[in-house]
Each structure stands twice: as C-alpha cells, then as structure tokens.
Design a protein around this ligand. Structure first.
Ligand code: UGA
Length: 444
C-alpha cells in the first residue's frame, strides 16, 4: 500500500519505518528542518534500539522517504496516518492544535478519497472533529467526496517500540465502515500472522481504550508504590509481596514494580488528560487523582530518604546518581523521577555526580548553571561517579547497572551507602558486601 505518515516524532517514525519494512511504500512528512536534515542522512533523531539501522535499510531500499511538504506526502497515498504530538495543555487536557492543523491542511490539499487514521493519543470525539475539518475544507474547494477518519491508537513502549510494533499484543481499530476495517486489517495482517489480535470497535471506544489502558497501567504502579510505603513500616519486603500477588493470573506480573515513580511522555500526560475529560463530563475521577498524587509523592521519596540518612545536612555531600532517563532504553527525560531528585539535591547544596548511558547530554542541557559551577558533573563511566561519593542512588534500572563490581564501588566511595530506587539489588548481598542498603518498601 501507499502510505503517508504525518509527523516523524517517536510514534510516526516507528510506524513509518515498520510499515516500510513490511513492503509498503511510505512517505513521512516532517516540518522540523533539523529533524528532516538528520532523517535525510538516515539518522534517527531520537534514541530507540534498532530503529536507526531499520530506517537506513528502508531508505536505501526506496520504500521510505521524508519530505517537509504535506502535499508531496499525501499525493497518491491510500492511507494517511496522523502522528503529530498531543502535549498537555495548560489545564491538563490534550492540546489538539497540531492534530487539527493537519486536518485543515488535509481539507485544503486532498484530491481524492482516502482513509485518514489518527495514531496520536487523542480524546474521545477527536476523529469526528478531524473529519469535520477535512470535509469543510473539501467543501470550500467544491469537492464532494467523503474521507473516513479512523482511530488506531498506538501501544508502543519507548525502548522496545520496534518489537511492540512488529509483534503487537493487539491492534485496536475504531472505524465506521467495513471498508476502513478491511483496509487496516490488510495493512496489519503481516504483523499478526500467528495470532489474530485485531480488535475492531467503534471510533470513540478505540480513542478511549488508549487512555483507559495507560491509566490502568499507571494505577497498577501507583497502587504498588502505596503498598511499598505501607510495607516499609511493617518490616515487610514489597519484592516478596510483588511475587506473591503477581503470580495470580488475574493480577499479572507486569507493571507492579514499586519504584521512584512513573515518568515519560505518556502516563503523566494521559492520566492528566483523562482527569480533565472526566471533570468536563461532571464525573469525579477520584481514582485517577489518587494515582497522580501518589506518583508526585513517590518522585520525592528518594530525596527524602537520602536527606534523612544525612540528618538533613546535604550541603557539600557528594551524591552519585546512576540512571537519569525516565526508564532504561531511552534518552527521554520527560517527567523523569531523576529530575525531581536532581533539583532537590542541587537546591540542598549537594554536589552531584551522575551517569546515564545515553541521557547525560539532555540533563546537562537542563541544568546548565549547575554544570557550569561544577555542582553537577556528568560522567561517561558509572564507576567514576562513585569516586569519593557519600552515597550512590540508583534511579533508572539500565541493564548495565544490574551486576556491577560492588567491591570496586565500595573501595571508591567515601561512604558505602546505596539508595536503590528500583529495588534492583538483593539487600542481603549488599549488606554482606559492606554497604548500607535502602530500597523502596523494604525493611531497613
Ligand atoms: C507507555 C505504555 O506502556 C505503552 O503501552 C504506551 O503505548 C505508551 O505509554 C504511550 O502511550 O505512547 P512508555 O511511556 O514508553 O509506554 O513507558 P513504560 O514502559 O510504560 O514506563 C512508564 C513509566 O512507568 C516508567 O517511568 C517506568 O519506570 C515506570 N514503571 C513501569 C514503574 O515504575 N513500575 C513498573 O512496574 C512499570
């Protein structure tokens, strides 16, 4: 099929590249000249394992192209995906200005019927608004053909987006006509060869499914974080409890890891947007509010526990941080727990030495003043940052932090204390190696 993907951000780029890989002809429209220049050279403008090499292969094979011109992108396309950003607006609701702008441009530019698909995460009713804009644009040009707008929310996780796209748990399609369903079924068939997990539903149900899924996952995390808080008081290890409850199939083993709070561009934004939607409909979203409040609190706990350990005196203390990205496998720092911790440590006068495998540059750009004065130093070596440190805080559980040389670390640190924000380590092992260990929801 001939496809056009509008927006070469995280979702758009992964979508475009994976569809090209399956033999489709894909044009990707990107307005940002900096991004476009990088893409033209076959460079991915964001870090996602496996993406860049696949992108280069598809560009070389002539199946994937990039353009700044929407007219060029949509020319001859059978299916057009809208994958532009929907950031949080000031009141927490999803800001649809980019999506609606694209709809207007489509109304002004489309020359023949095609299927338009919303891939961006958008509130219920957006597909209808997009269709209205397109049709009024067409009408203004004296064109009477209909363009169907379907919803096909994405469920990609940063760090495993290619795998998620290639082997999806399910593909959700919301549409109004059997033709649209059939068209998308054909497009996704190669990704669903061994299991038919394509769910066709109403347009609004598809839009809502995306929010409900993310909000539910965020709820699981906040719930476990709250349990961890209670466990810590009761001398109970949340990790034992996690294994105990997770083995019940109805609960499941995923997304029940207590930690230092969820971050990223999706959970915080989508929970906020859903709260806003509920408010607009006169529904009190008590659970969602609690999920959000718990997460905000959770992000402050690592700092509180470091501060308590030093009896409130952090000025001049050297604190080493491992992991800054909001989760492993990405350089994304949006709403990352590390930023809350960093801010507080710097404010308290601590000297911070931090290491992340890919997000150092992003953090340096966010704290230019602290870098300039030397209060914050970012290093390429995880061991280097522990040299002379009074404490080590594990914030993001990158694989390379799983089994470090603890003996070497103990030798380098001034005081062997580890704050494990992801419960990555075995407390007994660390205590045996001579460390003071502080986990999340674990006995001290
Ligand atoms: C999330 C969803 O998992 C995807 O299905 C969805 O497509 C995506 O949002 C989106 O809406 O685009 P993502 O934000 O990439 O994906 O990251 P997750 O892997 O879901 O992690 C989110 C946060 O939760 C991270 O900060 C992670 O550390 C935290 N987390 C996750 C926990 O604290 N505990 C857990 O058990 C799992």
């Amino acid at each position: 099929m001939r496809l056009c993907v509008i927006g070469a951000g995280y979702v758009g780029l992964v979508t475009a590249t994976c569809f090209a890989e399956m033999g489709n002809q894909v044009m990707c429209v990107e307005r940002d000249p900096f991004r476009l220049a990088r893409l033209a050279k076959g460079q991915a403008p964001l870090y996602e394992p496996g993406l860049e090499s696949m992108l280069q292969d598809q560009v070389a094979a002539g199946r994937l192209g990039f353009t700044a011109s929407l007219a060029e992108g949509i020319d001859r396309a059978d299916v057009i995906f809208i994958a532009v950003g929907t950031p949080s607006g000031e009141d927490g609701s999803a800001d649809l200005s980019h999506v609606l702008e694209v709809a207007e441009e489509l109304g002004a530019g489309l020359k023949r019927p095609c299927l338009v698909v919303d891939k961006s995460t958008v509130p219920v009713g957006t597909a209808e608004r997009v269709a209205d804009r397109i049709h009024s644009g067409l009408a203004a040009r004296g064109l009477g053909f209909r363009v169907e707008v379907a919803s096909n929310p994405e469920f990609l996780k940063e760090g495993s987006a290619i795998e998620d796209f290639m082997r999806p748990d399910r593909v959700v399609i919301g549409c109004e006509s059997p033709e649209a369903a059939e068209c998308l079924r054909r497009l996704y068939a190669p990704f669903l060869r061994n299991h038919d997990r394509l769910l066709v539903m109403g347009l609004r149900a598809a839009e809502f499914t995306k929010y409900a899924a993310n909000a539910f996952l965020a709820t699981k995390i906040s719930f476990m974080n709250e349990m961890a808080g209670i466990c810590a008081r009761l001398e109970v290890d949340i990790e034992e409890v996690r294994r105990g409850v997770g083995s019940d199939k109805r609960i499941g083993t995923h997304f029940i890891y207590a930690g230092c709070g969820y971050g990223g561009s999706c959970f915080p934004k989508d929970v906020r947007a859903l709260i806003r939607t509920a408010e607009q409909e006169g529904i009190e979203p008590g659970i969602l509010r609690a999920v959000e409040a718990r997460n905000a609190l959770q992000k402050t706990l690592l700092y509180q526990s470091v501060r308590e350990h030093f009896n409130g005196f952090l000025k001049g203390r050297v604190i080493a941080l491992w992991g800054l990205a909001f989760k492993p496998g990405t350089d994304d720092l949006r709403e990352a727990p590390s930023l809350v911790l960093l801010e507080a440590l710097l404010q308290a006068g601590a000297r911070v030495r931090a290491h992340d495998p890919v997000a150092n540059a992003g953090v340096a750009a966010r704290f230019p003043r602290a870098v300039e004065t030397g209060q914050l130093r970012l290093d390429d070596s995880p061991y280097e940052v522990t040299d002379g440190a009074d404490a080590l805080v594990l914030v993001t559980e990158w694989k390379q932090f799983r089994q470090p040389n603890f003996e070497r670390i103990r030798g380098l640190m001034r005081m062997p204390v580890i704050f494990d924000g992801r419960n990555l380590y075995e407390p007994e092992q660390l205590v045996e190696s001579g460390f003071v260990y502080r986990g999340v929801g674990r006995p001290q």
